[in-house]
Design a protein around this ligand. Structure first.
Ligand SMILES: [Zn+2]
Length: 300
């Protein structure tokens, strides 16, 4: 059973593992581009992805990123798509006094409450913990506290944890903190790891037991999709088709189709044809898009 903003489902279909539909990062970034609040626009953008076969969005905008689960519920109802919302606290720059002052146990209990009983008084339950993580140089003590609380909440609920590895880095360090809590490594998705462009680094994370996300597909100013595809082929050759997930991480207005970007469509429109051209099989693609997210998101 998988929790969505509109209730439980058993099948997810094609799933984008790391997206933002409603987000507000202006408090830190001080730019309007990092603010997406328009549900009508989100619905129009999602229909374009739905036409290409996408059925589920893992919406990882957590508590201090401008999460609005009522809006997500509305978007889910209007598009008929599965939207899974999240609980968690993002990077240190975003932490409020509550996170800074909270004990690990308080955060753990909050995550469990949002996963089991619902968020605020909405009755809408989170289906995953994330995106949590750290900046690229070091793990701040409050980021470590959030990681620990997340691992403990995962151990108790079976919920998956999805992370933000800044430029793909510090994945192993995040993994160590999470695994120290006794949580199952199969429930961990290390995010943005594609951005390193290093298959050997990605392989080291896979060998340590984590799932990894190629979730910045289309952000070619950081790394070419050609390079992403080469890394995936390398990892598939080594047998890791059960541990890789795909997405675009849309987090700015300018990434949306109506604003000239590729929206939530890049994986389906451009990246899959590239993988197929490189000899990736249909069954490997099905695993990365459908089977892996489903298996990881099933609780308990
Ligand atoms: Zn993100």
């Amino acid at each position: 059973m998988i929790e969505t903003v509109n209730g439980n489902v058993t099948e997810l279909g094609i799933t984008m593992c790391h997206e933002h539909l409603i987000i507000d990062l202006r408090r830190v970034r001080q730019d309007e581009d990092s603010y997406i609040a328009d549900t009508d626009l989100a619905v129009r953008e999602l229909f374009k992805a739905k036409e290409l076969g996408v059925e589920t969005i893992l919406e990882v905008t957590c508590n201090d990123m401008g999460r609005d689960v009522k809006k997500l519920q509305d978007i889910g109802a209007r598009t008929g798509m599965n939207i899974i919302c999240s609980t968690g606290f993002y990077l240190k720059e975003y932490h409020t006094d509550f996170v800074i002052n909270a004990k690990t146990e308080e955060l753990e209990e909050l995550f469990i409450r949002e996963l089991s009983d619902g968020i605020d008084s909405t009755g809408i339950k989170a289906g995953i913990i994330g995106e949590i993580g750290c900046s690229k140089k070091e793990i701040d003590k409050n980021e470590e506290k959030v990681l620990t609380a997340s691992g403990r909440a995962s151990r108790r609920t079976g919920a998956a944890v999805t992370t933000h590895c800044d430029m793909g880095l510090l994945g192993k360090e995040q993994l160590d903190i999470l695994l120290k809590t006794g949580m199952d490594s199969n429930n961990i998705i290390l995010g943005h790891t594609d951005l390193t462009g290093s298959a050997s680094y990605q392989l080291s994370l896979l060998k340590a037991g984590a799932n990894i996300a190629f979730d910045t597909i289309g952000k070619q100013a950081y790394l070419s999709d050609e390079k992403r595809a080469e890394c995936i082929c390398d990892l598939l050759d080594k047998g890791y088709e059960d541990k890789i997930l795909l997405s675009q991480d849309v987090s700015r207005k300018s990434y949306l189709k109506e604003n000239g970007g590729s929206g939530y469509c890049m994986v389906m429109e451009s990246f899959l044809p590239l993988l197929l051209k490189k000899g990736v099989s249909d069954s490997e693609i099905k695993k990365m898009l459908i089977d892996n997210p489903k298996r990881i998101l099933e609780m308990g």
